[in-house]
Design a protein around this ligand. Structure first.
Ligand code: HEM
Length: 283
């Protein structure tokens, strides 16, 4: 079997690049690489392709005796897709199925009341206010690109509550679910950015997906089709979401796999906290 001397550029899970050199067979499916500038033991790699400039692109399979690297669902599509995958699995299957039509049917069966809806709006406002204040005031680098994304909702919610007041409705005080979620966000914001980013993603994206669908149904059923400011964005929502996704992907690129997993594990908490606020709509 012919062998060639190649410069190999090794792509590691944490995006670390190391220079190495090796004698390999171009027909080989795996290769053991001896690193030039590290003290790592030789590792077995899966050969992905050899570029024209004789740079070999390889994936780490395992060091001798190690288990192969674990792959995470949607990992190659960027971290936002990983977060989306996890939260969609948490949506209760019997109540909320992925895909708008099923969920739409479900939401159509709900009996909305203005009282329940006002509680939902008041607690949502508290959560968005807290989220936005933290992002604006924090010096944490990961939050810097998440200021003024166009997804902010607190001001729009204030205008909606003002409108309800003008219609003669009494605006309730914020309640336990909103206060609990707001307090939790304050607790983790400075000491645990990966966890906080999970909440940032879920709160904003939940509202733009299921939340928006619910808003349309509420408007149809009990608001004479009045479209609230909560569901209006300056510019195309899809573009705003795309921009924020790109920013979140950039933030997560700097994380280790452990930090990413920690962020994903926080999804369940985010869902539970926000679900408590959604539940007002069912009362
Ligand atoms: C009654 C409550 C809910 C309903 C009816 C609902 C419904 C939906 C539906 C239908 C989608 C898919 C939208 C699409 O494929 O375009 C979706 C996506 C999503 N939901 Fe929910 N959901 C609810 C509650 C929640 C909660 C409590 C959270 C978390 C805090 C959440 C977070 C998300 C996220 C992050 C997405 C992905 C959005 C995207 O990628 O654009 N949802 N939801």
């Amino acid at each position: 079997m012919a062998t060639s001397r190649l410069n190999a550029s090794c792509r590691f899970p944490a995006s670390r690049r190391l220079d190495c050199e090796s004698y390999v067979s171009l027909r080989a499916k795996t290769v053991t690489i001896r690193y030039v500038r590290t003290i790592a033991a030789p590792r077995r790699h899966l050969v992905r392709r050899a570029n024209e400039d004789q740079t070999l692109v390889v994936n780490v399979v395992a060091a001798a005796g190690e288990k192969p690297e674990r792959r995470y669902p949607r990992e190659p599509n960027g971290f936002v897709e990983e977060m989306r995958f996890v939260v969609m699995k948490i949506h209760p299957r019997d109540q909320v199925k992925e895909g708008k039509s099923d969920s739409n049917d479900l939401v159509s069966t709900w009996n909305f009341t203005i009282e329940g809806y006002l509680k939902f709006l008041v607690d949502s406002k508290l959560v968005f206010e807290t989220l936005e204040r933290i992002i604006n005031e924090s010096a944490i680098q990961a939050y810097a690109g998440l200021k003024n994304t166009g997804l902010e909702r607190a001001e729009n919610l204030s205008r909606d509550l003002e409108w309800f007041k003008e219609q003669g409705y009494e605006i309730p005080e914020s309640m336990v679910p909103g206060k609990a979620y707001s307090q939790y966000l304050k607790n983790i914001a400075e000491k645990d950015p990966p966890a906080f980013i999970c909440h940032f993603y879920n709160i904003n994206f939940a509202h733009s997906a299921g939340g928006r669908m619910i808003g349309t149904k509420v408007a149809e059923k009990i608001l004479d089709n009045k479209e609230l400011e909560f569901y209006k964005w300056d510019g195309q929502l899809s573009e705003l979401l795309q921009n924020v996704s790109e920013e979140l992907n950039k933030v997560a690129e700097l994380w280790t796999r452990e930090e990413k997993n920690h962020c994903l594990e926080e999804t369940e908490k985010s869902f539970k906290f926000y679900w408590e606020i959604f539940r007002y709509l069912l009362s």
